[in-house]
Design a protein around this ligand. Structure first.
Ligand code: NAI
Ligand code: MG
Length: 361
């Protein structure tokens, strides 16, 4: 089968990890019956410099027709404070794509890899088997809701964001969470702040209602602050954790501690709940553009490589190739290949070569 993939390398270390991950994709699909048609475009900072827009209409159109979109990271100090006309999605190329594609289900798996555990702050026995899937709502909540803005008042400067969710938005992310939990270890924690905020009171009520359709999944509601604490105290007890756009963002970076580095975490933003068949999606590492290490050739490419594995699984219906890539990553880490974020000295290309070498194993 033939698949169209839109590749958006992005900014900072984005192009570095994308180049690495595409080499792995190429090697892993050699001799398979998958035919991939890749097209490339600029996004966010790179697009701003060339076209004066963070995400062009052409890019949106190409993303809507592609079977999958691969995105590196975007952003950087040069662009983070630019404001353009339009809503919040116009200020950020990736947020615009997530919104236009209605890619609301953000799957962010974090697991402990053999060999990477020594880099975690956990005592032996606590996190070696941890395997957490943070499911982040990607298209709503405080990052998108209106009104928002800044103004100067008699009392000084004033800024406003709105935290808001509709029942439908909560229901669809809850359903995705329950389905994912059903395919895993059957447990789901919903993280909110229903003790102090109205939108989270609705969140908790709707998630509780949807739970009735999934009696095989054990649901626990937790306040997000306590959830963060418990995730670090007993990481191996967590299975699926769902949260709004903001809480899911925090909890997915936090979950990275379990695996040893933010550079190891992949993500998928799916256009719909997983249902067993292929779903279009945007695949990107959880990390950002890491301006502090950009251009040095030392970025850990594994988050991007594992994002490609997620694409093979969820959008291209090739779970066997996804498993092959994950096994090669696990083997490289177990063999002690480590970039500086994992306290090693391997470069991005060393790590990439190590993964490719182990694809056949
Ligand atoms: P960041 O995730 O880029 O970096 C945080 C820390 O983790 C840095 O010390 C960085 O060196 C390290 N790190 C991240 N990825 C790594 C990798 N693959 N290998 C080794 N080390 C890695 O977050 P930061 O610094 O807060 O944000 C930088 C820029 O990225 C900002 O402009 C921000 O808006 C943007 N950003 C973009 C995201 C995206 O494209 N989805 C997500 C998060 C931030
Ligand atoms: Mg984040």
């Amino acid at each position: 089968p033939t698949h169209d993939i839109l590749v958006l390398p992005g900014d900072g270390i984005g192009p570095e990890v994308m180049q690495a991950a595409l080499a792995v994709l190429d090697a892993a699909t050699e001799n398979s019956d998958l035919e991939l048609r890749l097209s490339f475009d600029l996004l966010h900072g790179a697009a701003w410099e060339r076209y004066g827009a963070f995400c062009r209409e052409e890019t949106v159109a190409a993303a809507l027709t592609a079977d999958a979109v691969l995105a590196g990271a975007v952003g950087g100090p040069r662009w983070d404070n630019i404001r353009v006309p339009g809503g919040p999605e116009m200020q950020d190329g990736l947020m615009r794509l997530r919104k236009e594609l209605r890619a609301y289900a953000g799957l962010r798996p974090a697991r402990a890899w053999p060999g990477s555990h020594s880099r975690t702050p956990f005592r032996p026995g606590l996190a070696e088997t941890a395997d957490i899937l943070v499911l982040r709502e990607m298209c709503g909540g405080v990052m998108f809701a209106l009104p928002r803005g800044q103004e100067t008042r008699a009392t000084g400067r004033y800024a406003l964001d709105t935290a808001a969710y509709s029942e439908g938005e909560i229901r669809r992310i809850a359903e995705a969470g329950f389905r994912l939990a059903r395919g895993r270890r059957g447990r789901m924690v919903s993280a909110d702040k229903a003790n102090v905020m109205e939108s989270y009171r609705l969140w908790r009520a709707v998630v509780g209602e949807v739970a009735a359709d999934y009696p095989d999944v054990r649901l626990t509601h937790m306040y997000a602050d306590n959830c963060a604490y418990q995730m670090m105290r007993r990481p191996q007890d967590f299975d699926v954790v769902i949260g709004c756009n903001l809480i899911g963002d925090f909890l997915s970076d936090l979950a990275a501690v379990v695996s040893g580095s933010l550079g190891l975490l992949p993500s998928a933003c799916l256009r719909g709940a997983p249902h067993g068949g292929p779903v279009p999606g945007i695949y990107e590492p959880v990390h950002g553009s890491a301006p502090d290490i950009a251009g040095k050739g030392i970025a850990n490419p594994i988050g991007m490589i594992l994002s490609i594995a997620m694409m093979l699984e969820h959008s291209l219906d090739a779970p066997d190739i996804a498993r092959k890539i994950e096994a090669a990553v696990g083997q490289a880490l177990a063999d002690g290949v480590a970039t500086p974020d994992l306290d090693g000295t391997a470069s991005t290309s060393d790590m990439t070569a190590a993964v490719i070498e182990r694809l056949g194993a």
